[in-house]
Design a protein around this ligand. Structure first.
Ligand code: CP
Ligand code: NVA
Length: 302
């Protein structure tokens, strides 16, 4: 594997090995390894980040490498400043790998074509594969297997949700159902069309909460209603309120159903504080698992 851009590019066996290895590494408590000795990776952020920045920086250092972290404000990249291609070529003169968080997924695709360096997607407007891997690892850690798990996604089909859809299509054994208002689903479809991505999701999208599906849920997940850089001015927030993850929603799911969220979260907007801060929340475990899945991505690539 040269790059890590989207879950859809991994084979089922690559995906399961990566998750198994991440879990094994976490359990073995082996912190220091030398896969990246002498290598420097550039982390570039066009959008804000707390967890991704920290977990990649620490993962790389634990693997013996070093990092250079750049924010949008630090470099010349921009419409009337320096092009993506000149920027990516410049990174390639000094670094050994690129970890990119971008506004437009096309920047990551261009970087992967323009550069001889490995490129890792640290979130784009279309996907957040590292986050999905950490979520999958969390469920594997909790339940011992992904087989027969029923996952419910509540609210907008965001970049994180899109990576979950890709993972679902790998047939790892779990079911996925998405509860999302129709108007918000239309917005997702429009965005995907701009990138020529199929939005044929079969019958997994429901425009109201389906009580029977929810009753079998092992995990309930959501994301912020306002993703970074998204144009939300024409979205009707009254429509999405039905999809807030409340205690009532969690009580309708299986009694041991876990709540997951990529973070940052808006308490009492997409999720009730008592849910995200409650006993069935696994959001901190999921955030910590970013470290372990990302170390495995780096080990596979380098
Ligand atoms: N979940 C996640 O990617 O968090 P950050 O935006 O803080 O990196
Ligand atoms: N959907 C969110 C995820 C943040 C980690 C966003 O893009 O802002």
């Amino acid at each position: 594997m040269k790059n890590f851009i989207d879950i859809k590019e991994l084979s089922k066996s690559e995906l399961t090995s990566l998750l198994d290895d991440a879990l094994q590494n976490k359990r073995s408590k082996t912190t220091i390894q030398n896969h990246l000795n002498g290598k420097n990776l550039v982390l570039f952020f066009e959008k804000k980040s707390t967890r991704t920045r920290l977990s990649f920086d620490i993962a790389i250092k634990q693997l013996g490498g070093s990092t250079t972290i750049l924010n949008k404000e630090d470099i010349h990249l921009g419409n009337d400043k320096e092009s993506v291609s000149d920027t990516i070529n410049t990174f390639g003169l000094y670094a050994d790998g690129l970890i990119l968080r971008v506004n437009d997924h096309k920047t990551i695709m261009s970087a992967s074509k323009l550069s001889h360096l490995p490129v890792i997607n640290a979130l784009s407007n279309l996907s957040h594969p590292c986050q999905c891997l950490a979520g999958l690892m969390t469920l594997l850690e909790e339940r011992g297997s992904l087989e027969k798990l029923n996952i419910v996604w509540m609210g907008p089909i965001t970049n994180v949700a899109n990576s979950w859809i890709e993972a679902f299509k790998k047939e790892l054994g779990f079911s996925l159902n998405i509860f999302c208002p129709e108007a918000w689903f239309e917005k997702y479809k429009k965005k995907m069309q701009e990138y020529d991505i199929s939005t044929d999701l079969g019958d997994i999208v429901h425009h109201h909460i389906n009580d029977q599906i929810l009753a079998h849920a092992d995990a309930v997940m959501t994301d912020t209603w306002k993703s970074m850089g998204e144009d939300t001015k024409n979205l009707d927030y009254d429509l999405i309120k039905e999809f807030r993850v409340t205690e009532k929603v969690m009580n309708m799911a299986k009694s041991d159903s876990v709540f997951m969220h990529c973070l940052p979260a808006n308490r009492n907007e997409e999720v009730e504080a008592s849910v995200i801060d409650g006993n069935n929340s696994r959001v901190w475990q999921e955030a910590r698992n970013r470290l372990f899945v990302q170390k495995e991505i780096l080990k596979v690539i380098f």
